[in-house]
Design a protein around this ligand. Structure first.
Ligand code: ADP
Length: 670
């Protein structure tokens, strides 16, 4: 009862300590976690800002570099334009060249011939008339027109051979001395390309080749500044729509003859030039004067041109001529792709939009319905300084940024986790140590209480006896002697108790040094039997000692081992009823020296068996119990047996008795 009280008392005392400890652990842990969460949040914000700044700087630097005048000029020089429009110093359109109505259409010299050809449909006579005109005239323009008209009539009469001859003589006879002659020669070549297809390959390829050269004469088609080459030919141009027609025909005929490398090359140029002239013609409808040129700006940056298709222009003023160079979206995009490629990486992508919001370069957005499914825009840079109304946008890939932040957070939480674990481990250790300290304190208290009680009983009985003797309350000498013997007995018991306490206390301080020497189990057993003999003989006790012969020797501290056996025998005596039967047996089994102490006493429950080796444990813990002792005997036994690398086992049954077997490893037989 008292023990329990003491335990719950100390439990109460521990409670505030454990509470404090818990606060000391939980509070910093919670604070730490809170700080970590805050830090992680701040860190991810800071990280984002850092990245944003970084990319913005990169974009600005790239824009400065890639969109500089030099760089754009480099592009203009390297990339052939997709079309061009040229105005002279007076703002007149110089290229593409308008189709003019035939200036010789109403020339009086042709009146009669036209009458014959168109009104009278007398082609034979018309031919004679055309040949006459050609022969008589001094004007090359009139001569060539007459010859071409002659060919027209021959064709209508299906006189193709003559028509071809005529056409061949036209292209070889006439020099390109006028715009008109060039145009008429164009018609002659068109005719030759059409009518000579049956000629052998070489001859026909030559016709094709010559035709191409004529169609493109004056265009430096291996240089983007093709139109510049026209300057010296001003006035000699083939009208652009005729040129386009001629080039397209060439493409048609040459397309089947690309096995000839020279033709293949010209075919490629023709394809490019045809599209260039076509685009130029389209855009020229929108720009009939150089109204795109901004006052005060000589050379412009890229700007979006009018019209349905996304074409971009850039103009340059060279030698008084204003050149509007036209680029398709793909071409412009290729310039900007260089810029975009410098910015984009696995985390960020970039988009360049023109002033009409058309995506020029960069990763196209992916839509589901109207929602953009990936990416988060974090920056927009107006490119006004370079391209009015243009802008560059930068996006984080969805998840990329949050992944980086997540990684950072994981690092934080793992660190926090480790710290919390360490705090937890440290506090567990601290708690354990405090608990241990508390247990030791409790033990000390118990010890003092038990010691006091155990000492009080023999002291009290000794005092009664001494008082009786002093007061002379005894009948005779014999009685006085009996009293003195009782005093001596109590004294001895007291000494025994104190010995036990001292042994225990020494053991507690771990100062018990055992002297291990080869020892004889028999001698130990006999010494123990001798020690208890007087006591056992005094009561009604049947005590048998059985020692096997030829026992191996053990390494042991003899005195300590005697103490072990005496304690066990003492217990057997104490916890047995009136008809005590105690047996001490020593035998050698499986390399173990066994000391068995058996009694027919009160025995004990299984639960008790597990606890009896604990310090101060007593099955009957009432202070009023009969048996003397303080619950240390078996602790001492266990301590000594452990020190001998041995074991102690107990087998007991309530009311029937107990057997304690101490096993010590044997050495050699001796
Ligand atoms: P004590 O000084 O109380 O004898 P011990 O440590 O020697 O202390 O024994 C602890 C308890 O084990 C005893 O209080 C007793 O209840 C029980 N005990 C020990 N030996 C025996 C035995 N031979 N028979 C029954 N109970 C025993």
């Amino acid at each position: 009862m008292k023990n329990k009280l003491q335990q719950s008392d100390s439990g109460n005392q521990l409670r505030p300590v454990i509470l404090l400890l818990a606060i000391a652990v939980i509070l910093p842990t919670v604070c730490l976690l809170w700080f970590m969460v805050q830090a992680a949040g701040n860190e991810s914000l800071a990280l984002r800002q850092k990245m944003v700044n970084n990319y913005e700087e990169r974009l600005k630097a790239s824009v400065n570099e890639k969109l500089s005048d030099d760089e754009i000029n480099r592009h203009i020089a390297l990339v052939m334009s997709d079309g061009f429009i040229v105005f002279d110093g007076d703002g007149r359109l110089t290229f593409p060249v308008d189709d003019e109505t035939d200036p010789l259409k109403s020339e009086s010299v042709f009146e009669q011939a036209f009458e014959l050809e168109y009104a009278e449909k007398d082609l034979e006579k018309a031919i004679t008339e055309y040949l006459r005109i050609a022969k008589d005239t001094v004007s090359k323009d009139i001569a060539i027109k007459a010859n071409i008209s002659n060919i027209r009539c021959l064709r209508q009469l299906d006189r193709n051979g003559e028509a071809i001859n005529q056409a061949e003589s036209i292209v070889s006879q006439y020099e390109d001395s006028s715009k008109y002659i060039r145009s008429q020669k164009c018609h002659a070549y068109l005719l030759l390309m059409e009518l000579c297809k049956d000629r052998d390959k070489e001859q026909y390829n030559k016709i094709l080749s010559d035709a191409f050269d004529h169609f493109t004469q004056g265009m430096y088609h291996n240089d983007d500044m093709a139109f510049l080459g026209r300057k010296s030919h001003v006035g000699l141009y083939i009208p652009s729509s005729l040129q386009l027609l001629a080039l397209n025909r060439f493409i048609e005929y040459a397309g089947e003859r690309q096995d000839d490398p020279a033709i293949a090359k010209k075919y490629k140029y023709a394809t490019y030039l045809s599209s260039q002239v076509d685009t130029s013609l389209q855009l020229a409808l929108e720009y009939s004067g150089p109204d795109f040129a901004k006052p005060g700006i000589i050379n412009s940056s890229v700007f979006r041109l009018k019209g349905n298709e996304p074409y971009y222009g850039i103009y340059r003023v060279i030698s008084g001529y204003t050149y509007l160079k036209i680029y398709s979206k793909e071409h412009v995009a290729s310039w900007f792709n260089e810029l975009v490629e410098e910015i984009e990486d696995e985390m960020v992508y970039c988009r360049i939009y023109d002033d009409k919001g058309e995506l020029i370069a960069g990763t196209a957005p992916v839509y589901i319905g109207k929602e953009v499914v990936f990416g988060q825009k974090f920056s927009t840079l107006e490119l006004d300084g370079y391209m009015a109304g243009w802008k560059a946008e930068m996006y984080f890939y969805a998840g990329t940024f949050s992944d980086a932040a997540k990684r950072q957070r994981i690092i934080y939480f793992v660190t926090a986790g480790i710290i919390v674990l360490l705090i937890g481990a440290a506090s567990t250790m601290a708690t354990k140590s405090i608990m241990h300290q508390a247990a030791v304190n409790r033990l000390k208290n118990d010890f003092v209480a038990t010691v006091t009680h155990e000492l009080k009983t023999p002291l009290a009985s000794m005092r009664v006896l001494v008082d009786t003797l002093l007061e002379g309350n005894y009948n005779d000498q014999q009685q006085a002697k009996e009293y003195l013997e009782l005093i001596a007995k109590e004294n001895k018991r007291l000494t025994g108790l104190i010995d036990n306490f001292l042994t225990f206390s020494r053991m507690e301080r771990n100062k018990q040094a055992f002297e291990m020497v080869p020892a004889s189990a028999k001698a130990i057993a006999l010494a123990a039997a001798e020690a208890v003999k007087t006591k056992f003989n005094g009561g009604i006790c049947k005590f048998t000692v059985t020692i096997d012969d030829d026992l191996a020797s053990i390494s042991a501290d003899t005195d300590a081992m005697v103490t072990v056996l005496v304690n066990l025998l003492d217990n057997a005596y104490k916890y047995s009823g009136d008809e005590k039967e105690i047996e001490l047996a020593v035998y050698d089994k499986n390399g173990q020296m066994c000391f068995a102490v058996k009694d027919n006493g009160i025995g004990m429950s299984n639960r008790a068996m597990k606890k009896i080796f604990e310090r101060f444990y007593q099955v009957d813990s009432r202070l009023s119990r009969d048996a003397e002792g303080c619950g240390l005997g078996l602790s001492i036994v266990k301590f000594i047996v452990d020190a001998h690398d041995g074991t102690i086992e107990v087998d007991s049954e309530t009311g029937k008795g107990s057997v304690f077997v101490v096993k010590i490893p044997t050495q050699t037989k001796g």
